[in-house]
Design a protein. Structure first.
Length: 222
């Protein structure tokens, strides 16, 4: 959902709600005094909706398993990117064209795993054609085998991540109404909370963009 200049993924709704719930519970009496419908019954309904959506997600074990799959994939992409930095220096020292390495690094940086995997095969062939010269400049004899291992591993991890993402999309599409209702709770609470705490540091607790920053800083990139 793209609003207020930022995008919130449906799979982030439950975590966002968890960030807001303690503040709303703490401030419930203030909310109710100013906005009578934001009372204990409203809080209870919010918790019921949050628990219901969490139960949907746990059916597919999406949250933690997808995070782990994503973290493992991008960690390996970063490791390969570091190795390509050294290989690029070997290429330069051997007076070889570094374009294929730069293109591969760009794909890895942009999380285009499919593109990077395709380029690994081309890179391997180029290395094979110039292996003696590259080894003279410091490239390890077993580096082509390392590339092959990374290619196989990245393909498998990328497939696993895509499977989780597809499951997540199936889940969220089939239960869009439930996610929308949860998001309505979030936006209503945040709208009132920012008014109540206007000019105070605690207003950040009801600012969706601030909560997203904290959430995303605590999780691996996706």
């Amino acid at each position: 959902m793209a609003k207020y200049g930022f995008t919130i993924k449906k799979e982030e709704y439950t975590t966002l709600a968890d960030f807001i719930l303690p503040s709303f519970t703490r401030d419930l009496a203030i909310f109710t005094a100013l906005f009578p419908k934001f009372n204990a019954a409203f809080l209870a309904a919010f918790i019921v909706k949050l628990d219901f959506v969490k139960a949907l997600e746990s059916t597919f074990l999406i949250t933690e398993e997808q995070k782990n799959a994503t973290a493992s994939l991008y960690q390996e992409a970063d490791e390969l990117n570091d190795k390509l930095n050294f290989l690029k220096e070997n290429f330069k020292d051997a007076n070889l064209n570094t374009t294929i390495i730069t293109d591969s690094k760009n794909d890895l940086f942009n999380n285009n795993i499919e593109g990077a995997v395709l380029k690994i095969e081309t890179l391997k062939q180029y290395i094979a054609a110039h292996q003696p010269a590259l080894e003279d400049e410091g490239m390890a004899n077993g580096f082509p085998a390392e590339l092959d291992a990374h290619k196989t591993s990245l393909e498998a991890k990328n497939t696993a991540q895509k499977t989780f993402m597809n499951n997540s999309k199936i889940l969220t599409d089939a239960n869009e109404e439930q996610y929308d209702e949860l998001y309505q709770f979030i936006t209503k609470i945040c709208s009132k909370g920012k008014l109540i705490h206007k000019g105070k540091v605690t207003a950040d607790e009801y600012t969706i963009s601030k909560n997203l920053q904290k959430m995303r800083a605590a999780t691996p990139k996706s």
